[in-house]
Ligand binder design. Structure first.
Ligand SMILES: [Zn+2]
Ligand SMILES: [Zn+2]
Length: 493
């Protein structure tokens, strides 16, 4: 850093060095976790050689503390090292000639995350145009670095020093999720290494560690839609090397207790979820039901699902039903996926209603943020063929992470027969008349999952990334049902 400072001190690339009192390099740690990039020195900075002093500096200190960093974990530098006369905006030429210094500072400081303070910093470093307040707090990943644009402290000070918590909260949440993603990716690599090591050193059968988690799973509690017994599926998951398993029955949480017990018995992590039926309104004329998969993250998520489940049964008409409006207002602390071809987004793709597709995608992303995932399924039938490419495109355009599932209704592919029998009963048809079941609603291992998707034209790198995301969901869903030994109230004798 010392050599760099000498070089910057000698810089005469633009005319600013003629009027500036001195170069303002930066302040803070030499090995910061968080780096703030401001714009240009003001009069005080020019005088003292220190960036971000005065009220703006005070607010910045507050931010650092609010984000959970210590005084020795941050650093501040500016886009421009010299003060433009009369606090003029930096020109393109000035930014260009000073850019090399900034890039080299970033390389040396190598922070975990960079906050771009003010619109010039956001534009210059992350290429984000438009009003900074629109992007404030949104984490942008570029060339392996994480950037967060945020309005200048002076902007918030002009507005009574208020309003900065929201963007910082947003950023904090996203950064935590990214950390989790990186952790899972590393854990995955680690698992693979362990697996190879074990294989190399151990004789006998390979100990499987699956690279994904089944997060969309129906059981006997999806009445006449699955013959999968809870104890069987938990045992199967354990034998196949799945670290966790979800339960997402149609319109009911009835299987949760037994499911949690079955998973506990096998030592795998239970993920408590449901596949709700959503309707446009509770009117009996409303024919169409849209599916959505919802998994509780924590205790609040469990309570939220219980409340929605209660209401959906009060509004029962052929099936338990929850209005789209109530779902959006009541769901919290949950992971949500776009579900099957009857999902809220997919159903509108199939109806050729791109406006509704975009609106629902945006609404789900706005409401659930990084806890909303687009779900791809590998079924080889025309509806899926139509939805998958659009879902992939939406995921890219709206920056939503993907997950893969098989919408499991039976454990192994030969379970299809039993599923068909149940479907025939449900639709009051004879076996053979009712070719309802598709071949791919079973639980494949990770390798098979990739192959199934390859057959329907979804590439292996996409599938592998989506599999990692299912493990990230498993990592962040820690909801458990409490067991009360004695839940009765105490009564005076
Ligand atoms: Zn479904
Ligand atoms: Zn389903």
């Amino acid at each position: 850093m010392k050599d760099l400072i000498e070089e910057i001190r000698a810089c005469k690339r633009c005319e600013l060095h003629e009027t500036a009192t001195q170069k303002v390099f930066g302040k803070g740690s030499q090995t910061p976790k968080i780096l703030f990039i401001g714009e240009a020195p003001g009069a005080k900075e020019d005088e003292t050689g220190v960036p971000f002093i005065g009220p703006s500096g005070k607010l910045l200190s507050k931010w650092i503390e609010y984000l959970g960093y210590n005084e020795d974990e941050y650093a501040v530098v500016n886009l421009l090292k010299c003060r433009p006369p009369a606090n003029a905006d930096p020109t393109v030429e000035q930014l260009e000639s000073c850019r090399e210094w900034l890039d080299r500072q970033i390389d040396i400081l190598n922070p975990d995350v960079i906050f771009l303070v003010g619109r010039f910093a956001a534009q210059e470093v992350a290429g984000v145009g438009g009003s900074i307040t629109q992007y404030a707090g949104r984490v942008i990943e570029k060339d392996g670095r994480k950037y967060v644009p945020i309005a200048h402290p002076s902007y918030y000070l002009r507005h009574g020093g208020k309003g900065w918590e929201g963007p910082l909260d947003d950023a904090k949440k996203q950064l935590e999720n990214l950390e989790l993603r990186d952790f899972v990716a590393n854990a995955n690599k680690f698992n693979k290494q362990i697996k190879e090591l074990t294989l190399a050193t151990q004789e006998g059968p390979e100990k499987k560690i699956q690279e994904y988690v089944p997060i969309h799973v129906h059981t006997t509690f999806s009445i006449t839609d699955s013959a999968t017994r809870l104890d069987e599926i938990a045992k199967f998951a354990k034998l196949q090397g799945f670290e966790a398993l979800a339960i997402t029955d149609h319109g009911t949480v009835g299987g949760w207790v037994e499911f949690q017990n079955a998973c506990d018995a096998e030592g795998i992590k239970p993920l408590l979820g449901i596949e709700f039926y959503l309707v446009d309104s509770y009117s009996k004329d409303t024919k169409e039901r849209y599916h959505v998969v919802v998994i509780a993250k924590g205790e609040k998520g469990i309570k939220s699902i219980f409340k929605m489940n209660d209401l959906s049964h009060k509004e029962f008409y052929y099936r338990s039903r929850l209005s789209i409006e109530d779902f959006f207002s009541m769901a919290e602390n949950v992971v949500v996926t776009s579900a099957c071809t009857s999902g809220l987004v997919s159903a509108h793709i199939l109806k050729d209603n791109p406006l509704a597709v975009e609106e629902y995608t945006q609404a789900l992303k706005d409401k659930f943020g990084d806890d909303f995932y687009i779900e791809l399924q590998p079924h080889d039938f025309d509806l899926q063929e139509k939805t998958n490419p659009v879902l992939l495109e939406l995921a890219r355009r709206f920056d939503i992470r993907l997950v893969v599932t098989t919408d499991t209704h039976y454990i192994l592919n030969d379970g299809k027969e039993a599923h068909n029998a149940l479907k025939a009963i449900s639709y009051r048809k004879k076996m053979g008349e009712a070719g309802f079941s598709i071949d791919t609603n079973y639980i494949p291992d990770a390798k098979e999952m990739v192959e199934l998707f390859e057959k329907v034209g979804v590439g292996s790198s996409t599938v592998k990334e989506a599999m990692v995301n299912t493990r990230a969901i498993a990592a962040k869903c820690n909801a458990r049902l409490e067991r009360y030994e004695n839940a009765l109230p105490k009564v005076k004798k």
